[in-house]
Design a protein around this ligand. Structure first.
Ligand SMILES: Nc1ncnc2c1ncn2[C@@H]1O[C@H](COP(=O)(O)OP(=O)(O)OP(=O)(O)O)[C@@H](O)[C@H]1O
Ligand code: NI
Length: 337
């Protein structure tokens, strides 16, 4: 067994020309509870370049939203964050997202340079403002004049497929799908260099799902970057350049999207793809572990058809030709075992 320290996953990146917009290295998030610790994100490494759409996929509770909130300083007080995350945008120096403090995050990062489409639109919207007012306030906060903000609100709403008349509704008057489109419009209004979209298509019907995905793709094609958090693999397949698979707080596979969908390397990735209706339509057997009681070895081992004794040791995320995988028994000519 090769026990040497693996190469960083970041170094396998195919989009390695130019400065990344986001570099995450060894990011770890724990929540302290009264009698337990939740290991929500573990030793996570991720690099996102301008023009790239990176999809983060994985079952419910694996740590996707906590990752997004950690990058934006939105975690509650019982969270401890370690590791590094650096934002590089052309109009400012690098920003240390973990160490820079709330003031910088509020004034220089959130909304302005990094947009977030939150997973729960209903709770994210100010209940006493109409959609129009919310979008206009966002635009004004980012330097637009009153007249520009007025015109901009309708344009941004149209971009997400929201009817102008729906802009005059209050959040409680919006359907789930309309609220989803409104929070997407709010995140896009300041034209952030990096957008983190957490399940941005939930509650939308198929044409609007595709419209939203194409909107995100279009942003990348014009040089911005998007991190798309989703458990909809079909959505990821439609628009992503790269796929990062999370399982029980860790990234277990990281691949260019075409490679991931044609030849997944981690048995968990293969199981996720097998669960798709247009593939074997076979659910992943078993359940993920509790994040308060993670095993010392591979967390997928109890569900894995390829498990061996080696799996009692934590497999490091190891780079190889096209990507990186954390598995002692990789499939499809992945890393050597
Ligand atoms: N404030 C908190 N205190 C304690 N545990 C938390 C807190 N917030 C999240 N968690 C836990 O962290 C883990 C990861 O949660 P997270 O919301 O990131 O999952 P997710 O991958 O986004 O899932 P989903 O697909 O359902 O949105 C879960 O076990 C969750 O219960
Ligand atoms: Ni989530």
């Amino acid at each position: 067994m090769n026990t040497s320290r693996p190469t960083s996953a970041a170094t396998t990146d195919r989009h390695d020309s130019g400065t990344p917009v986001l570099t995450v290295d060894g990011l770890t998030v724990q929540f302290r509870l009264r009698d337990a610790t939740v290991q929500a994100v573990t030793d996570l490494t991720l690099t996102v370049h301008p023009g790239e759409l990176v999809a983060i996929v994985g079952e419910s509770g694996c740590g996707k939203s906590v990752l997004a909130h950690a990058l934006l300083g939105l975690l509650p007080r019982n969270a401890t964050v370690t590791g590094r995350a650096v934002l590089h945008v052309p109009d400012s120096g690098p920003v240390d997202l973990i160490g820079c403090g709330e003031r910088q995050l509020a004034t220089r990062v959130r909304g302005r340079r990094v947009g977030l489409v939150p997973q729960s639109p209903a709770t994210a919207l100010n209940p006493v403002r109409t959609g129009r007012r919310l979008v206009e306030e966002t635009l004004r906060a980012h330097g637009h004049t009153r007249a520009e903000a007025g015109a901009g609100a309708e344009r941004v709403a149209a971009d997400v497929g929201l009817d102008p008349v729906d802009l005059d509704r209050y959040p409680h008057e919006l359907s789930g799908g309309m609220a989803q489109r409104l929070v997407t419009a709010l995140a896009l209004a300041p034209d952030p260099a990096l957008l983190i979209a957490d399940e941005p298509t939930s509650g939308l019907d198929r044409p609007l799902v595709d419209h939203t995905l194409d909107l995100l793709r279009g942003r990348c094609d014009s040089g911005n970057a998007v991190v798309l958090i989703t458990h909809d693999l079909a959505a990821a397949e439609r628009v992503a350049d790269r796929i990062a698979v999370m399982y029980a707080s860790r990234i277990v596979e990281h691949q260019p999207a075409d490679r991931f969908f044609s030849a997944p390397v981690h048995p968990y990735s293969a199981a996720l793809l097998d669960a798709l209706p247009d593939r074997a339509f076979r659910p992943v057997p078993g359940h993920p572990p509790m994040l308060t009681a993670l095993p010392t070895g591979c967390a997928f081992a109890p569900r894995c058809p390829y498990v061996t004794d080696t799996c009692q040791r934590q497999p490091p995320l190891t780079s190889y030709d096209t990507g990186a995988v954390a598995c002692h028994q990789p499939l499809n000519s992945g890393a050597p075992s």
